[in-house]
Design a protein around this ligand. Structure first.
Ligand SMILES: Nc1nc2c(ncn2[C@@H]2O[C@H](COP(=O)(O)OP(=O)(O)OP(=O)(O)O)[C@@H](O)[C@H]2O)c(=O)[nH]1
Ligand SMILES: [Mg+2]
Length: 424
């Protein structure tokens, strides 16, 4: 029997900030869609799951000149300036990994006197601006669309700042009209994709094994097509887990979870954008869609990224931004938008946040650290974060009866502090 807690897993291929390349893209897309579309918890696929979770991607989407690259670069810059909170590494010029800020990490690291703290991570991708007609090949056209097809979650950057020096492609700032322009392109691209696939499925397969799955997929597409024709996103259509897994292979753009980043002017930060009518209109629209809105000022964030931590704090106070930097909120919302949750391991070597999907069981969560831990899983000593911190560690938590022995069926809760027992 072996014990795994904070940092005992030395020599194990680690996951976390910067760990591993992107793997299992298409397969993951199917599984991810199942989790979002299906009513029940996502059944996590084995094997590539751990790698896939380490490299979930969020893509910045929007019209040209709305501030996507400025926002992306400030994420990079903040990483350089604030290494502890935003570890960042650039994989390609337009892809970077950021640590997910989590205020629960520091207290745990303090209790365990950990040598290292490793946050969960998420990848961001800067994508070129999308123009009207992209679904028909305008602008970057299909190349652009293939970039977003591969991301797991979309952050749509919407221009809510007035600045005559910055050209708007349509000659006026109008947040809702911009969202509609983008929405139409994405839906049209999905419609073309779904129609092509349905056409192929209708022709039928000679392989009898494929027949059954094809019938299920076609039935799902026949419910999706009218929605897309009406201009509604694929995510608005309820699909069973099986249907979602099949349709997920198409990587439909409008099936991905989407949040809006409202890029406001510096002057809006003091009152949280209360007097910005572009933001108000965007909020109203997002509420109808059930989508989240994060308010950021890309310009200010880019300037902040150049500063050290103390200067940043001062700068933010002067700008009147009470909630601190918008980047932190953006990263956390993207993480939540992906349906991701966190559990912790903590020990002398390291305190670490691990990324899981909502609904994952204890063995699956252990598998995120290493597949052997999933295969040989015996049980997991588990304490809720608050109880663990109140009791100041494993010893105290045990005395207070706060440590549970959880088995294979246990569904891990966000914030669980865990210690796995397994056979190899
Ligand atoms: N005033 C103001 N200008 C901004 C803000 N954010 C970005 N800009 C400016 O807008 C211009 C375009 O910004 P980018 O970040 O390059 O826009 P983008 O969305 O990446 O554009 P494409 O890559 O062409 O699609 C730059 O000149 C930025 O300095 C902002 O919050 N306020
Ligand atoms: Mg750009």
């Amino acid at each position: 029997m072996a014990l795994l807690g904070g940092g005992v897993a030395r020599g194990v291929r680690g996951l976390g900030a910067g760990g591993g390349g992107r793997a299992g893209g298409a397969g993951w897309a199917a599984a991810g869609a199942a989790g979002r579309w299906g009513s029940g918890p996502a059944r996590a696929p084995r094997g590539f799951l751990a790698r896939a979770l380490a490299s979930l991607q969020t893509g910045f989407v929007g019209l040209p000149n709305v501030g996507k690259s400025t926002l992306f670069n400030s994420l990079v810059g903040a990483g350089a300036a604030q290494a502890a909170n935003f570890p960042f590494c650039t994989i390609e010029p337009n892809v970077g990994v950021v640590g997910v800020p989590d205020r629960r990490l520091a207290p745990l690291a303090k209790i365990s006197a950990s040598k290292k703290t490793v946050p969960a991570s998420i990848e961001f991708v800067d994508i070129a601006g999308l123009v009207r007609g992209a679904s028909q090949g305008e602008g970057m056209g299909n190349a652009f669309l293939s970039h977003i097809r591969s991301v797991d979650c979309v952050v749509q950057v919407v221009r809510c700042f007035e600045d005559d020096n910055v050209v708007h492609v349509d000659g006026r700032v109008d947040s809702v009209a911009d969202i509609e322009t983008i929405g139409v392109e994405l839906v049209l691209a999905d419609l073309a994709q779904a129609e092509k696939r349905a056409e192929k499925l209708r022709k039928g397969s000679r392989n009898p094994k494929e027949k059954e799955a094809n019938a299920v997929e076609l039935a799902a597409l026949e419910r999706l097509l009218p929605a897309l024709e009406d201009g509604r996103p694929a995510r608005s259509v309820e699909l069973s887990e099986e249907e979602a897994a099949l349709v997920g292979q198409l990587q439909l753009l409008t099936a991905k979870p989407c949040i809006y980043a409202a890029n406001v002017g510096e002057g809006d930060l003091a009152d949280g954008g209360a007097s910005n009518m572009h933001l108000a209109a965007l909020r109203e629209r997002a509420a109808e869609e059930g989508a989240g809105v994060v308010v950021v000022c890309a310009q200010l964030e880019a300037e902040l990224a150049e500063l050290g931590p103390e200067e940043r704090e001062e700068f933010l106070q002067e700008a009147g931004a009470k909630d601190g930097s918008g980047l932190e909120v953006l990263i956390r919302q993207a993480f939540q938008g992906l349906g991701l949750r966190t559990y912790f391991t903590t020990g002398e070597q390291e305190t670490r946040a691990w990324t899981i999907r909502e609904g994952m069981t204890a063995p699956q969560a252990a598998g995120v650290i290493h597949t052997d831990f999933e295969k040989g899983f015996i049980k997991a000593e588990t304490a809720a974060y608050d109880a663990f911190v109140a009791a100041q560690g494993w010893g105290g938590a045990k005395e207070k009866g706060e440590v549970r022995m959880e088995g294979k069926e246990y569904v891990v809760a966000d914030g669980d502090v865990m210690l796995f027992r397994f056979n190899v």
